[in-house]
Design a protein around this ligand. Structure first.
Ligand code: PA5
Length: 431
């Protein structure tokens, strides 16, 4: 990925960053980089995720999915980091796959789950259950519900299920009991940093996406990790967001200009929020989509409080389609144009309009939306996030607030004796 921070400079934006401030920040980046490299060298928890391009083995993943690779539909059951990486990849690369329909079950809203399962040809459907801990209530509940739907239809789910989980916990126990193919989540890789492991790539393998290209793109991005933000796009992004946040830019609207990257914005929001939201620090990520949100959120981004960074992600090359001509004079400007040309013009106009209003924005460019570039984008944003974590001085790899709620939920359902559940009963009411 290429990162252009020109519109975040103080010569354009307010708040913005001066070149002197960037030079000073670069010294902190160098120190943070040393820490990151040490973590990678020792495969330390979290930092190990930045080694995935070299440690993930596509063959292992492909052989685990072999029994289900002919499915017409793949249901992935997982939540958070155990769903969003896979969904980002398969949504971005849907046109490059083998046509397998993908369906993600993360929420446990019964109306939504019922509707998703309605009318599926279960004979032609495979199940991909993903949970690092193997204990997440939503994932296990949805798995039990889906199994039951297969049983009710008289379809054997055991030869249509792949499990991705850690070495222990109820999910690995279930896998062993039913002799299901199981892929292990690598050690030291937190959920939201696991897109480039089996967690994110089992679904991609079933969909026929190019795993080697995903990893090659990520490796190319890893090769840019140097000690300076001036020579590393990922660090330029992480350092810029951190420095803008320190100047009051506490929100980050991720706005891809490609429909297929809408899920990527969700993935980014999780990565940024769950990794950096600690100790009263962290930018609030917001999801937006170009051009759609030009007609809604853009008003606020250009004229609302000066607390927002807009991050554009745009491919330089995309499939195109001509806009048919018409004899209506007022529409003649569209006649010789293309939808792609219109999208580009909208993007450039939006970027310029924010700069003209002095609002910081960053352009992340991909060559195109393909497996290589998506691997690079996911890796680059993870590295940016790890760097930002170092600069903030927070542990980007834990998620105590998320774990708190998980324990409270299990406690409320009688799944263990968790003090977190007691706090629920203590809620104050004012109606
Ligand atoms: O990033 C994280 O750690 C979380 O979002 C987890 O991925 C999410 O809570 C699901 O956890 P698990 O994979 O253990 O089911």
């Amino acid at each position: 990925m290429d990162v252009d921070i020109g519109n975040a400079l103080s010569s354009v934006a307010s708040p913005g960053l001066s070149r002197d401030a960037l030079e000073a920040l670069d010294e902190q980046v160098a120190v943070a980089h040393e820490r990151i490299e040490m973590g990678r060298a020792n495969d330390e928890h979290g930092y190990a995720a930045l080694n995935l391009p070299n440690t993930t083995d596509p063959e292992t993943i492909r052989s685990a999915v072999d029994p289900v690779v002919d499915a017409d539909t793949l249901i992935t059951i997982g939540i958070g980091g155990s769903a969003l990486g896979a969904a980002t990849i398969t949504d971005a690369l849907a046109d490059a796959g083998d046509g397998t329909e993908t369906l993600y079950l993360d929420n446990v809203d019964p109306a939504w789950v019922n509707q998703r399962l309605e009318g599926l040809d279960l004979e032609r459907t495979a199940i991909n259950v993903v949970s690092r801990s193997g204990t997440t209530a939503e994932t296990l509940a949805n798995f039990l519900v889906v199994r039951d739907a297969f049983d009710a239809a008289g379809v054997d789910w055991t030869d249509r299920t792949v499990v991705t989980t850690g070495d222990s916990g109820p999910l690995i126990e279930l896998a062993a009991r039913h002799d299901l193919p199981a892929v292990t989540v690598p050690d030291g890789v937190p959920g939201r940093f696991s897109a480039l492991s089996a967690v994110g790539m089992v679904a991609a393998a079933v969909c026929g996406n190019d795993l080697e290209a995903l990893l090659a793109g990520a490796r190319a991005e890893a090769d840019t990790l140097t000690g300076s933000l001036f020579s590393c796009p990922a660090y330029a992004y992480g350092a810029t967001t951190y420095a803008l946040d320190a100047r009051g830019v506490s929100m980050n609207a991720m706005m891809p200009y490609a429909e297929s990257l809408e899920t990527y914005a969700e993935w980014f929001a999780q990565l940024w929020a769950e990794s950096l939201g600690k100790d009263d620090l962290g930018q609030t990520p917001v999801r937006a989509l170009g051009v759609t949100d030009q007609h809604s959120q853009l008003q606020l981004y250009r004229a609302g409080p000066r607390d927002k960074l807009v991050t554009f992600v745009t491919p330089r090359n995309r499939p195109n389609r001509p806009i048919p001509d018409t004899d209506v004079e007022a529409l003649s400007y569209l006649g010789n144009a293309t939808l792609g040309g219109l999208l580009e013009a909208e993007f450039e106009a939006t970027e310029a309009s924010l700069a003209a209003a002095g609002r910081p924005n960053v352009r992340v460019e991909l060559d195109r939306v393909d497996a290589y570039e998506i691997g690079g984008l996911l890796y680059g944003m993870e590295a940016a996030c790890v760097l930002a974590g170092e600069l903030y001085g927070v542990n980007a790899f834990n998620q105590p607030a998320v774990e708190w709620a998980k324990k409270a939920t299990r406690g409320l359902l009688g799944g263990g004796d968790f003090e977190e559940a007691e706090a629920v009963a203590e809620k104050e009411t004012l109606r």
